[in-house]
Write a protein that binds this ligand. Structure first.
Ligand SMILES: O=P(O)(O)OC[C@H]1O[C@H](O[C@H]2O[C@H](CO)[C@@H](O)[C@H](O)[C@H]2O)[C@H](O)[C@@H](O)[C@@H]1O
Ligand SMILES: O=c1ccn([C@@H]2O[C@H](COP(=O)(O)OP(=O)(O)O)[C@@H](O)[C@H]2O)c(=O)[nH]1
Length: 462
């Protein structure tokens, strides 16, 4: 069966390390977004099954769900450790999130990263037809197009980077950076979330690789490969989130949460447990709010949902310990027999419930130190009751800040500023909340996940 045929375009093959299989909760923005993007257009989604096996690629799992076909492979323990925990998440992730101090470079991890990319290329060779559009996602798979080209693939291949891209002065801290980053030129189109990220890529290619900018806007390397780099800010499935939030009251869990609040204003945070999300700084800012505003004691409640993530990486285990300690400390300082200031939950929830939790909250607190986009910020806004919307407090270092001008923008490292913004948000009059919410909804309605997918694929196909 041909999948993903649409409007005369070729089949769509999406490749990403993380795949959201139909029965799974997608606790990452890439998986949430690709699921929404594929469900409408259809296509084939290829990636890691999320499971481990004796040998990488030994078992190939195939599944069809409506218009989407899934083909996933298991990773061997050592490939998983070197590729995913190692080079992707101990080397590239901190580098891309402006944390050179956390970059842990190991040649063995790099070898594993290249090995898994080669295995992906090998598996994909049997799946790709000549007219297919291939869409590769994220930092796990940077060299994939170059490896497919070596095997003779001539299809249009696009790449989307879901993380921020730091300036060239930081990228060059990566040992052998050029060997890896130069392979981006094997794609026809490289998409990034913001204009700032695109400029960083351009600067890297022009100043480090020695590329030139062609008159048609394509970047041309000294070897003669040329590609286009453009910003495509990712969106959410706005109509779906709106619909799900407006039915939120049908869920017992939402009813239970509201009842437990006893009229208190709710502040909500939803993040993977990741050091890039600024969670300790956020807890500190909330503690500062309680310190400077005794009148808010017993009147406010902070719910932080933080599903554990990448537990094989030491920094992620450490931040989990730190947050448990901080939540305990803050609750110990301020709790009363009938009030717990922080509700700290290490579980993940499906979108159907999250949208109800967002809608129950007077404030959405989204304060990453760096974030490619941050879909939670967008989901929070789209989940609000138009008659009585909550306020978004948003880090200026999330890609979403470039679009959501109706948020209260903060520097997450400035505890005082975040505490102040929380105070302002909790007091904000209805007319101002509505005005700010409308401004943000206009953006979310226009630039939703369908518009994002179409813009990227149209550019790739053109
Ligand atoms: O796959 P994991 O290791 O469990 O991590 C989850 C995902 O985290 C990152 O998501 C990014 O993509 C979002 C959508 O574009 C964006 O809003 C967010 O700012 C990014 O952090 C990562 O880039 C994905 O590859 C992971 O799957
Ligand atoms: O319990 C949870 C926590 C998060 N998410 C989803 O995970 C995604 C997180 O994406 P975001 O871009 O905010 O950050 P990322 O985790 O990709 O860095 C959003 O769609 C959330 O709704 C979820 O489905 N359940």
């Amino acid at each position: 069966m041909m999948v993903g045929r649409n409007n005369g375009q070729g089949r769509l093959i999406v490749v990403s390390n993380r795949v959201a299989l139909p029965d799974q909760t997608a606790t990452g923005g890439l998986a949430s977004a690709m699921r929404a993007a594929l469900q409408e257009r259809g296509g084939l989604w290829f990636g890691w099954s999320g499971k481990m096996a004796r040998q990488t690629g030994d078992d190939v799992h195939r599944l069809t769900d409506g218009p989407v076909q899934y083909t996933t492979i298991d990773l061997s323990r050592s490939d998983h450790d070197d590729f995913y925990d190692g080079f992707a998440n101990r080397t590239l992730w901190p580098l891309l999130h402006f944390r050179p101090d956390l970059v842990d470079y190991d040649r063995k991890h790099l070898a594993g990263y290249l090995r898994v990319n080669n295995l992906f290329a090998e598996q994909l060779m049997s799946l790709i037809h000549p007219s297919d559009l291939v869409w590769v996602n994220d930092y796990h798979l940077i060299p994939l197009a170059a490896m497919l080209r070596e095997r003779g693939v001539r299809n249009r291949i696009g790449f989307f980077l879901h993380t921020p891209l730091p300036p060239a002065s930081l990228l060059i801290a990566l040992p052998r950076h050029m060997e890896l980053l130069e392979t981006l030129a094997s794609y026809d189109l490289v998409g990034l979330h913001t204009a700032r990220d695109r400029r960083a890529l351009e600067e890297y290619f022009l100043h480090e690789v020695g590329a030139t900018m062609r008159r048609d806007g394509r970047i041309r390397t000294p070897e003669g490969r040329s590609f286009r780099a453009e910003a495509f800010p990712i969106g959410i499935d706005t109509p779906e989130v709106v619909a799900s939030a407006s039915h939120a009251n049908e869920h017992k869990e939402i009813h239970d949460l509201k009842q437990s609040l006893e009229g208190r204003a709710l502040i909500i945070g939803v993040d993977r447990l990741d050091y890039s999300k600024g969670l300790p700084e956020r807890f500190q800012a909330y503690a500062r709010l309680l310190e400077r505003s005794p009148q808010l004691h017993r009147k406010v409640s902070f719910l932080q949902i933080a599903p554990p993530s990448r537990g094989g990486v030491p920094e992620y285990r450490q931040i989990r310990r730190d947050l448990e300690r901080m939540a305990g400390h803050i609750n110990g300082m301020y709790a009363a027999p009938d009030w717990v200031p922080i509700r700290y939950v290490n579980n993940s929830f499906p979108h159907s419930l999250l949208s109800g939790y967002y809608r129950s909250a007077r404030v959405g607190l989204v304060t990453p130190l760096r974030d490619g986009m941050n879909l939670v910020a967008k989901e929070y806004v789209a989940s609000q009751d138009p008659d009585d919307p909550g306020v978004l407090v948003l880090s200026r270092f999330a890609g979403a800040a470039q679009e959501l001008a109706g948020a209260l923008l903060v520097n997450p490292a400035d505890t005082e500023e975040v505490a102040e913004a929380l105070g302002v948000a909790l007091e904000m009059p209805l007319h101002e909340r509505r005005r700010r919410w409308r401004q943000m909804m206009d953006v979310l309605e226009k630039q939703d996940v369908t518009a994002w997918r179409n813009a990227f694929l149209r550019r790739l196909a053109s």
